[in-house]
Design a binder for this molecule. Structure first.
Ligand SMILES: [Cu+2]
Length: 305
């Protein structure tokens, strides 16, 4: 009879905890899956691990609350007197080790994928400054700075009288966006020129420190066109909160047109402009072969420095 009561209380507690946990998932928001293959891998990994810890949580809290309620002192329960159990110790060591191994296998696979920057179709060097970013498209020969946009900058000044809520994408907009092609394997080389910054766009699935005198690597492959916003994620000084990052992912064709425009070689609104642009792109392809060894040399130099 006593055993049956314990079972009923145990099941009731477990049901309550499951309903509570389910409620949190139902109303709460999960992480976002992002727009790159490995941001989605990270997202799935997160879901799997969250599932595992939820099951562990339900079991542990059920055992805990059931013991507290049923075996309470006021009912005359006496604590067990044993002090050592080899069997129990082996079990409570082996089970967590197994769980960790089960989680480590997919996690290691994703980590290795994240760190494999080979096979890049284009390279972008990112340099952090107090308090803006510089982007260099190594093959395309394009370089520009990207700083907080004017509207946000005006509104953020003390006594500006501008309500930040009226500024669209307040503190998350820049003057020059980092335009990138979709469905292209892009390698990033990240460094800084003064203090440590960190380049972070959540939708891409990673965050990488930009450290003076060092080059860090990362890569991305954006599958969806769109605008992805991020921020410097390393406390880098007084205006740390005012150096956002905006990535604009466009189709490879639109990217080529943008590159031609950036070089100033494209005659805009000219019927011959399109042909010129094609020529420019072809020239760019030829140049690319000459630029690449230079980029590699520059990279080697930077890595040593
Ligand atoms: Cu910074």
């Amino acid at each position: 009879m006593k055993r049956t009561n314990e079972l009923i209380v145990g099941l009731a507690v477990m049901a309550a905890i499951i309903v509570f946990t389910w409620g949190i998932f139902a109303v709460g928001e999960n992480m976002t899956p992002g727009v790159t293959p490995f941001s989605q891998d990270v997202y799935h990994l997160h879901n799997v691990v969250l599932g595992i810890v939820t099951v562990i949580g339900v079991l542990v809290f059920t055992a805990m609350f059931t013991s507290i309620v049923i075996h309470r002192k006021s009912k005359g329960y006496q604590a067990a007197k044993f002090t050592h159990s080899t069997k129990a110790e082996i079990i409570w060591t082996a089970i967590p080790v197994l769980i960790l191994v089960v989680m480590a296998v997919p996690a290691t696979r994703v980590l290795i994928d994240m760190e494999s920057t080979g096979g890049a179709e284009m390279n972008v060097k990112v340099t952090g400054y107090q308090w803006l970013w510089q982007y260099e498209y190594i093959e395309e020969g394009i370089s520009f700075f990207s700083a907080l946009d004017r509207d946000s900058n005006r509104a953020r000044q003390i006594g500006s009288g501008i309500d930040p809520r009226t500024v669209e994408n307040y503190l998350l907009e820049v003057d020059n966006r980092l335009v990138l092609p979709t469905n292209t394997r892009i390698r990033f080389l990240l460094t800084a020129d003064d203090v440590i910054h960190s380049w972070w766009v959540p939708a891409l699935g990673w965050k990488r420190d930009a450290i003076p005198g060092m080059v860090n690597e990362a890569w991305t492959y954006i599958e969806e066109e769109g605008i992805y916003r991020g921020q410097c994620a390393e406390l880098c000084g007084a205006d740390h909160g005012f150096m956002p990052i905006v990535v604009e992912a466009v189709s490879p064709e639109a990217f080529e047109a943008w590159v031609a425009e950036q070089r100033g070689d494209l005659a805009v609104n000219d019927s011959e402009g399109a042909e010129d642009a094609v020529e420019v792109v072809e020239v760019a392809d030829e140049e690319q072969e000459q630029v690449q060894p230079l980029a590699a040399a520059e990279f080697a130099e930077l890595s040593q420095g």
